[in-house]
Design a protein around this ligand. Structure first.
Ligand code: AHR
Length: 635
């Protein structure tokens, strides 16, 4: 039998145990979570009219000019000057969106633009187009104020039809000249209906996981290809037109992958990340640059005697999140609409950085942060090499320095995950804790250039996660990575959630993550066969928790073999078990099964009731290739 010792508490399960890792990779933010439909709205991409198509039926090479006022506005220097000398000509610019614009019939769309026109005479009309060029929404933009100052004009209209790849034509009527900037179109059905907000279906997928934390903004974009492209949180807050766009670290062209039009508008910036965490009940976990660019790329370093601004960014971030509304940075948070603190308790310093150069920089950050905030938790990075010397070197040194938490990353084969379910069994119980900050099973099945998010990978992750759960005394946090991918703009596979312009679906790995998170319990208890934890014997894996609040015992069993496995489950130390238990099974007999837009639930949880055969015994057959969650009620 599998014996669950319900009264023998091994350790707590941290509320943060299962979380999510967000990075703007695979069009995760711009073109994804950020619901803005206009690409290159402020003409700041490296080619200023990237994403825009100009149409004019007259000859005038000065009709469209991109002007740069860098001296006056370093964050958003460019704008478009439009000049038209006749009422009878056609002049327009059409925005293609991010792989098109997803448009929903009968939904309200909110357009806005910054404009400046010296004199009356020129006006702006909008046409929302579907793929065939049919007009499915129109509006006249009230650009009514003439003068030398920038104005904001806004108009809303309803789409008369749906389109998966719409576009927006901005047409200029009459004659005269007008400057435009921050040309923006949002659907009105954003998350919580917030103007300029997030895509609701994508946020809902996260909310449905009830993640314990959200890690942001990455990932490699924290580091940048070089330091000029590193993520600087202070440039991502405040009015969107003042957030300085930069190229995305993931802007490169691979066969089948995203084209080089990938920039960070920071429409989703640090305020929005904190707000998102707040909305979905997750603890925020920002990761900051430690004074090093990505070591896989430029490996550029900030000299040790010039680290102060980087360290100050970390201190100021804590004030931005938690500070009183009268503090410098707390005030900025309040001005953005959140006077209450965001309760930031932890922060990562560095992502996948290594070597003595990382250790010496980290030490300065740690000293400064702990001096001001002694209880603040600092997550240290251990790189991508869990079996190698680089990892050993860091691990030894970070532990010697009494690191709060070490962030381990592993993108490995399913067989690695299966054979590493005992990875943390011998980690010291005291001292440094572990954050499995990025992991994913990488199946060898690649179709159309995409490494598949199949059941083979998800099942192996589920097996591995029994080991994380069993070792919750040591593992305080874990998150799959990457989180989102756009089906027509991705750099990295596999990913947890796939989206196109209108739809999103969870992969089999998504449901594994969700089942762990929704069934995390409050305390680990032993689940043993012949006195030993199940970590691969006969291809079976198991872990158990109790939930003190709901008075439930939750057993997770993975059968990674092709044959059914029958066991008696015997619960010891729990009086008054209910006769009925709730069983949730995730599985497929074909390890290569994937979910898709057409079949999003091919691998998805199926819940039923099972009946105990005795006072404390359940006879259970785990079907081949399944992950089972059995919830017993202590009455
Ligand atoms: O998750 C994708 C990338 O993998 C992250 O940006 C980086 O931290 C890791 O190498």
């Amino acid at each position: 039998p599998i014996v669950v010792k319900a009264s023998q508490i091994v350790s707590d399960v941290q509320p943060t145990m299962w979380g999510v890792f967000f990075e703007d990779i695979n069009l995760g933010a711009d073109g994804g979570l950020y619901a803005e439909l206009v690409k290159n709205r402020s003409f700041e991409f490296s080619r200023p009219l990237m994403g825009w198509k100009a149409e004019q039926d007259f000859f005038d090479e000065s009709a469209l000019q991109v002007l740069n006022r860098l001296e006056q506005n370093t964050a958003n220097p460019r704008y478009l000057r439009v000049t038209k000398n006749s009422n009878d000509t056609h002049l327009s610019v059409t925005n293609e969106g991010f792989r098109g614009m997803g448009i929903k019939k009968n939904l309200r769309y909110d357009f806005s633009v910054l404009y400046r026109k010296p004199a009356a005479g020129i006006s702006i009309t909008l046409e929302l187009l579907n793929t065939t060029g049919k007009v499915i929404g129109t509006a006249v933009v009230p650009v009514d104020v003439a003068g030398n100052n920038w104005q904001k004009a806004a108009v809303s209209f309803t789409a008369t039809d749906s389109a998966s790849k719409g576009s927006l034509r901005v047409a200029f009527k009459g004659n005269g000249s007008i400057d435009i900037d921050m040309v923006s179109l949002f659907p009105s059905d954003t998350w919580k209906g917030r103007p300029g907000g997030l895509r609701a279906d994508m946020v809902q997928k996260l909310a449905d996981m009830k993640p314990g934390f959200i890690r942001f903004p990455g990932g490699c974009i924290v580091e940048g290809f070089d330091l000029s492209q590193r993520y600087q949180w202070k440039k991502t807050i405040g009015p969107v037109e003042e957030r300085q766009l930069i190229i995305n670290r993931w802007n490169f062209e691979f066969p089948h992958r995203a084209a080089p039009d990938y920039f960070q508008s920071f429409g989703v910036g640090f305020f929005e990340y904190f707000q998102l965490a707040d909305d979905i009940g997750a603890s925020p976990l920002p990761i900051l640059n430690c004074g090093m660019a990505c070591q896989f790329n430029s490996a550029e370093l900030v000299p040790m005697d010039q680290l102060d601004p980087y360290i100050q960014d970390a201190l100021d971030l804590i004030e931005f999140a938690n500070g009183d509304v009268n503090s410098t940075w707390g005030k900025k948070r309040a001005e953005m609409g959140h006077p209450a603190p965001f309760h930031l308790k932890m922060m990562g310093v560095g992502n996948e950085n290594w070597g003595p150069q990382y250790l010496e920089r980290l030490a300065l950050f740690t000293k400064a942060i702990k001096a001001k905030y002694p209880d603040f938790i600092i997550v240290n990075s251990s790189g991508t090499d869990p079996d190698g010397q680089r990892f050993d070197y860091l691990n030894t040194n970070l532990r010697a320095a009494n690191a709060d938490v070490i962030d381990e990353h592993y993108y490995r084969s399913p067989s690695w995950f299966l054979s590493n379910a005992g990875r943390y069994d011998n980690y010291p119980r005291k001292g440094t804790k572990i954050f499995g900050g990025e992991y994913a099973g990488h199946s060898d099945r690649v179709v159309d250039g995409k490494r598949q998010n199949n059941w083979q990978a998800a099942l192996a992750e589920a097996a591995f996660m029994t080991g994380l759960e069993r070792n919750a005394a040591v593992v305080h946090m874990a998150s799959y990575a990457p989180l989102f991918a756009h089906s027509e703009g991705w750099q990295w596979t596999p990913d947890l959630i796939w989206v196109n312009n209108l739809q999103s679906y969870g992969t089999p790995s998504y449901y594994v993550q969700q089942l762990y998170s929704l069934n995390k319990g409050t305390s680990v208890v032993p689940a043993l066969v012949n006195g030993e934890a199940l970590k691969g014997q006969d291809s079976l894996y198991a872990s158990a928790v109790v939930d003190k609040n709901t008075k439930e015992i939750i057993l997770k069993i993975v059968n990674a073999s092709a044959t059914p496995q029958t066991k008696d489950i015997v619960v010891e130390g729990a009086a008054g078990l209910s006769k009925n238990a709730v069983l949730t099974v995730l599985g497929s007999q074909d390890l290569y099964t994937i979910n898709s837009f057409d079949n999003p639930a091919a691998v998805s949880p199926v819940t039923s009731q099972v009946t105990l055969s005795g006072k404390n015994k359940l006879h259970y057959t785990a079907a081949p290739y399944t992950f089972s969650v059995i919830k017993l009620s202590m009455g």
